[in-house]
Design a binder for this molecule. Structure first.
Ligand code: DP6
Length: 360
């Protein structure tokens, strides 16, 4: 598929008004997307676990208006008007207008809510932008019902979500999604996420992700700014090669269910992401002292027990503790007894691998 394939030819029967609701999950990257080219094209492929509990629900209502050169929309979070969300959505509409040529023909009301607290330091851009993209795809499908396959619907939703936020294109389906061209992964694309096409061992079924909320404040450095700092970064080329290699290695790890090899790749990816931040110019550190305390405790506990828990990090201080279902009881007990003390107000979220967005 190319960009051209996502430009609709004509609509059979447009509606005057209507509304659609989607609930879309967040996702956690195993191989991390960090660095992008023009038009939201990633420098490297990434692979993620779709999450289950952390979700955004968005209801999009649309009513026909006089078409002019402006987008017309209002945004609400938990019932309250959120004008500070508008610039990001306006950019998203500008980037997607070619593919959704009806955007200026309607007034949109976007009503959204998250299952996780807004100020939890968990990015809502992946779940939020994917939910909005799915709602817009439902609008498009309602104009041309018979002709759209589910496969196209999901692919275009992912393609649109990417234009809102890169990580959002990986939140349409589950449970393992790859985004970005990788020579060993057939069908992988820079334009949208695809389901991981190879065998995955039962060890990875129902994998847990307990998210420890170390710092619930707003990020000091936005992801977009961070991605840009990879341009001309002294270690960028090596990092890009490493991400390709790590994804290649994971193919065998998933097939064999090799948890030790999994842990090594996942923790190395998390630390490399933060190493890129610390070695860019300007440099910055998003981890907090408690992030390091938690990592240290995880390493000690793993060494003492041989259990297969590991950590990963996003662009923030929160720690995602990943572990297999078969060891969940003991590991969760450890998390409660030893790690929760390092969370802000003792807050954490129990999540696990999930299966994608749902229409409500
Ligand atoms: C560190 O998707 O938030 O979480 O495309 O600029 O919206 P934009 O960036 P975003 O970047 C996420 C980066 C990351 C790693 C990852 O999720 O792969």
């Amino acid at each position: 598929m190319t960009e051209q394939d996502f430009i609709p030819k004509s609509f059979k029967n447009t509606l005057d008004k209507g509304s659609f609701t989607w609930s879309s999950p967040s996702n956690i990257a195993l191989v991390k997307y960090w660095g992008k080219k023009k038009n939201q094209i990633p420098e490297i492929p990434s692979i993620i676990f779709t999450l289950d509990t952390c979700r955004t629900t968005t209801m999009l209502s649309f009513s026909r208006k006089q078409s002019d050169e402006h987008f017309s929309f209002e945004v609400f979070l938990d019932g309250k008007q959120k004008d500070d969300f508008k610039p990001k959505i306006d950019t998203f509409f500008k980037r997607t207008e070619t593919y959704l040529p009806f955007l200026k023909d309607y007034h949109f009301k976007i009503e959204t809510s998250n299952t996780f607290p807004h100020s939890s330091g968990i990015a809502s851009s992946a779940s939020g932008m994917s939910a909005l993209a799915l709602c817009l795809m439902s609008v498009e499908r309602s104009f041309n019902e018979a002709e759209m396959t589910n496969e196209f619907f999901n692919q275009k939703a992912s393609f649109l979500a990417r234009l809102g936020s890169g990580s959002a294109c990986r939140s349409i389906e589950g449970d393992l999604i790859v985004w970005g061209n990788h020579k060993k992964i057939y069908g992988s694309s820079d334009l949208y996420g695809v389901k991981y096409p190879f065998q995955v061992h039962d060890n990875f079924r129902n994998y847990h992700d307990t998210i420890l909320l170390v710092n619930k404040g707003e990020k000091q450095v936005s992801s977009s700014l961070g991605h840009n700092l990879m341009h001309g970064h002294p270690f960028a080329q090596e990092r890009f090669k490493q991400a390709h290699n790590n994804l290649s290695k994971l193919i065998n790890v998933f097939k064999k269910g090799d948890l030790d090899a999994f842990i090594e790749i996942i923790e190395s990816e998390a630390l490399t992401l933060h190493a890129m931040m610390m070695t860019s110019l300007p440099y910055f550190i998003l981890m907090k002292p408690n992030t390091l305390e938690i990592i240290d405790k995880i390493w000690t506990f793993r060494q003492q027990t041989g259990l297969h828990l590991c950590f990963t990090l996003d662009a923030g201080a929160n720690v995602h503790v990943l572990y297999p279902e078969s060891e969940a009881e003991k590991i969760f007990e450890f998390i409660q007894n030893e790690l929760v003390a390092y969370c802000q107000n003792g807050h954490y979220i129990c999540d696990r691998i999930g299966f994608g967005a749902k229409q409500l």
